[in-house]
Design a protein around this ligand. Structure first.
Ligand SMILES: Nc1nc2c(ncn2[C@@H]2O[C@H](COP(=O)(O)OP(=O)(O)OP(=O)(O)O)[C@@H](O)[C@H]2O)c(=O)[nH]1
Ligand SMILES: [Zn+2]
Length: 202
């Protein structure tokens, strides 16, 4: 694996309803995408920093789609970090679990025909989840963060961060945004993708 170059080339202050953050814009030579870090407070060298790895979901994050829980998870993660002394939300351009928006919309149509979220990806010739967390780990290192409390229900994110040398001290569950519309989607994630969800029926 060639040494990667991941660098924050500009940052700006972003006041939000959850307090003030610094937004770091990252460039890299691995996938060339614009990954972002929203940082609250002083995180460098701290242990157990609250961290959320948020995978881009245009439909959920921007339009509030109820096919998934992403929009509400984004909001809740910012709320949790905002009320902590410090924390980081990485906004990772991994739309559609890494297959991109075009393919995700095709996968939605297959789900409307009866396939589940995993089989829809497979039918389109993709893996169920194509996300890689190397860039995320390098961004955290660049911020001086190597010991985190990870806000997630997805054990794969914990394993992948640890594989790339970030210590995960604790998992902070984030179960919000469950609706009638996304019940089957979430059930599939629990059954087939090992997501840790208690899944009370909405
Ligand atoms: N391919 C595909 N991607 C989806 C679908 N629904 C949501 N996504 C994408 O899934 C990603 C979010 O992943 P999730 O599995 O919801 O959650 P997670 O980030 O793995 O886990 P948590 O940390 O617990 O939220 C985003 O990139 C969404 O765009 C779908 O039906 N098909
Ligand atoms: Zn989503």
């Amino acid at each position: 694996m060639k040494p990667a170059h991941v660098e924050s080339t500009v940052r700006a202050r972003i006041p939000t309803r959850h307090g003030e953050f610094l937004l770091y814009y990252y460039e890299n030579d691995i996938d060339g995408k614009e990954h972002l870090a929203l940082v609250k407070g002083e995180v460098a060298g701290k242990t157990g920093v609250p961290v959320r790895l948020h995978s881009e979901c245009l439909t959920g994050d921007v339009f509030g789609s109820r096919r998934c829980d992403c929009g509400e998870q984004l909001e809740e993660a910012l709320r949790l970090i905002g009320e902590s002394e410090c924390g980081v939300l990485l906004y990772l351009r991994q739309e559609g679990r890494g297959i991109g928006l075009f393919k995700k919309l095709q996968a939605y149509n297959l789900q409307d025909e009866g396939l589940d979220t995993v089989d829809a990806n497979l039918k389109l010739g993709h893996q169920a989840d194509e996300r890689d967390y190397r860039i995320a780990a390098l961004m955290l290192r660049d911020l001086g963060v190597d010991s985190v409390r990870l806000i997630t229900n997805n054990p794969r994110k914990i394993a992948e961060l640890e594989r790339y040398g970030i210590q995960v001290d604790e998992r902070i569950p984030i179960e919000v945004g469950h609706t009638h519309e996304n019940w089957r989607y979430l059930k599939t994630k629990a059954d087939k993708m090992a997501h840790l969800l208690s899944l009370k029926k909405p």
